[in-house]
Design a binder for this molecule. Structure first.
Ligand code: NAD
Length: 497
């Protein structure tokens, strides 16, 4: 982050009324006081937004102890009592949707409309798990050999450490906290220091809704390694749920191994988006735009490699390039902005490097292609066509507003190239042929597939990846099981007179 940015902005700046409203939300936050602080900046301007505690290892272990102590009473509550608290939390999130959206845009940069969508999506996990809390699972089965009955029961897994990234400051937090609470677990959440404010706000609302004060601890720190080394190896901790990069996920899995922690890992992605000749062109262009550009391309399920069949390729590229060229880039609090800033100046430099390398390798720029000078961290919505497989951009998680198009001839070729990656989070298929859609979806090695649509996520869906994109699922009934142990009682039976 570069707070020293000084040159005048060359993109639309924040609407003054919205900026004042965002300032008021930040000023009203109840942030814990601490001797050492970490500063949060606005990625659209580089301006200081707020200071959050920079908590050391002792402080993190105190948070573990407090959450652990509060967990016993919470686990003993009835499912209905836990559900009622979650439902009140959902109602408060909805009531504060405007403030939350302003806060998300302020700390993360995305356009306000997208922040509102994140509030809807993020709150939905709380509503969903309010509903799931009263269905903890378990069943009854007879032993195949007779003479007994098996009761399977679900118990809370215990103290859960939740680590979230900066790109969805609210939704990544609620997607973990809500199922943990529904299952009866206490939690320590460590949001990214770049964007911790929505988590503080949401947890504050949870407390107002009746979540005991100590049950969910928010720990912000600039020393993430020291945090995880101390906390994940603590005997009171039983679970880690991480969303972030694959590299960090592997480090956390190694730590988790020493403490045999239940582990959920939502890691990086390299989503293929495949457009067949028989696709509906408009649907494919709109779907690709959404799948690629939502969150400024800074999403784990962003369409990272766009494969287009030769027969439709020119029309598709033309349509998408037109949409990208028309996309307005600016401060997320400006009016009518489609794309916000990138998270920091390193991300902007990386986009430029990827474009230059691709062009050097033979790709053609059909839209955008350059960083935007001035304050903030902005990059044009970009389309690269004829991206060669040798270009770096074809082999890395882009995490920015560049659509990288490759062309293909046959279905088999598209599937082989789509699967030629260590990642396996999302895939997308555009075709009007139902057989093809399902056959290709089956053949993709990914945890989720958008068929003729670019925004597949839902609180009702079991979201998660295969291969190096991770393990475990978030959302849906499966997301609750991540915070539960399954136990059985074998009840012997004999005949009675
Ligand atoms: P990151 O891995 O750098 O950081 C994620 C979180 O981990 C942050 O809170 C960070 O402070 C923390 N962290 C970093 N090193 C740590 C350590 N040694 N111990 C403990 N915590 C540590 O990722 P990011 O840059 O914040 O987010 C982008 C990445 O997240 C991308 O790869 C993206 O694909 C992935 N992501 C995945 C999903 C998903 O659901 N699969 C969702 C969003 C983002």
């Amino acid at each position: 982050m570069s707070p020293e940015l000084t040159a005048e902005s060359s993109v639309p700046i924040a609407d003054p009324q919205r900026a004042a409203a965002a300032d008021a939300v930040v000023a009203a936050l109840t942030l814990p006081k601490s001797a050492r602080n970490a500063d949060v900046f606005n990625p659209a301007t580089g301006d200081f937004v707020a200071a959050v505690p920079d908590i050391d290892v002792d402080g993190a272990l105190r948070a573990v102890a407090e959450a652990d102590a509060a967990g016993r009473e919470w686990a003993a509550r009835t499912p209905r009592e836990r559900a009622d608290v979650l439902r009140r939390w959902y109602d408060l999130l909805v009531e504060h949707a405007d403030q939350l959206a302003l806060l998300i845009t302020r700390e993360m940069g995305k356009p306000l409309a997208e922040s509102r969508a994140e509030v809807t999506y993020g709150s939905d996990f709380v509503r969903w798990y309010a509903e799931e809390a009263v269905r903890p699972g378990g069943n009854v089965r007879d032993l195949p050999t007779g003479g007994g009955t098996l009761l399977t029961r679900r118990a809370p897994v215990g103290l859960s450490v939740l680590i979230t990234p900066w790109n969805f400051p609210l939704a990544m937090a609620t997607r973990k906290i809500a199922p943990a609470l529904a299952a009866g677990c206490p939690a320590v959440i460590k949001p990214a220091t770049l964007t911790p404010l929505a988590t503080f706000f949401a947890v504050d609302l949870a407390r107002r809704a009746g979540v005991p004060d100590e049950l969910v601890q928010v720990v912000t720190t600039t020393d993430a390694s020291a945090f995880s080394e101390a906390v994940l190896t603590d005997a009171r901790v039983r679970k880690v749920s991480f969303t972030g990069s694959t590299g960090v996920g592997k480090v956390l899995l190694r730590l988790a191994a020493d403490n045999v922690l239940r582990s959920s890992m939502e890691l990086g992605g390299d989503a293929p988006l495949i457009v067949f000749d028989d696709a509906d062109l408009e649907r494919a262009v709109n779907g690709a735009f959404a799948a690629k550009m939502r969150n400024g391309g800074q999403s784990c399920i962003a369409a990272n490699r766009i494969f287009v069949q030769e027969g439709i390729a020119e029309a598709f590229v033309e349509g998408l390039a037109e949409k990208l060229a028309a996309a307005r880039v600016g401060d997320g609090l400006a009016n009518d902005v489609d794309l916000g800033p990138l998270i920091d100046d390193r991300a902007v430099a990386n986009m430029q490097k990827l474009v230059d390398d691709a062009v050097g390798n033979g790709a053609t720029v059909r839209a955008g292609g350059k960083a935007i000078e001035g304050r903030g961290h902005f990059f044009e919505a970009t389309l690269l066509d004829h991206v060669p497989v040798t270009a770096e951009i074809a082999n890395t998680e882009i995490f920015g507003p560049i659509a990288a198009v490759q062309r293909f001839t046959t279905q088999a070729e598209a599937i082989a190239r789509a699967n030629d990656t260590v990642y396996g989070l999302a895939g997308y298929v555009f075709t009007e042929n139902l057989d093809r859609a399902l056959n290709v979806a089956d053949a993709l090695h990914t945890g989720l597939v958008g068929i003729n649509q670019g925004v597949p996520s839902s609180a009702a869906a079991p979201f998660g990846g295969m291969k190096h994109s991770g393990m475990g699922r978030e959302g849906s009934a499966e997301g609750l099981e991540e915070y539960q142990e399954t136990r059985f009682y074998n009840v012997a039976r004999r005949a009675t007179e």
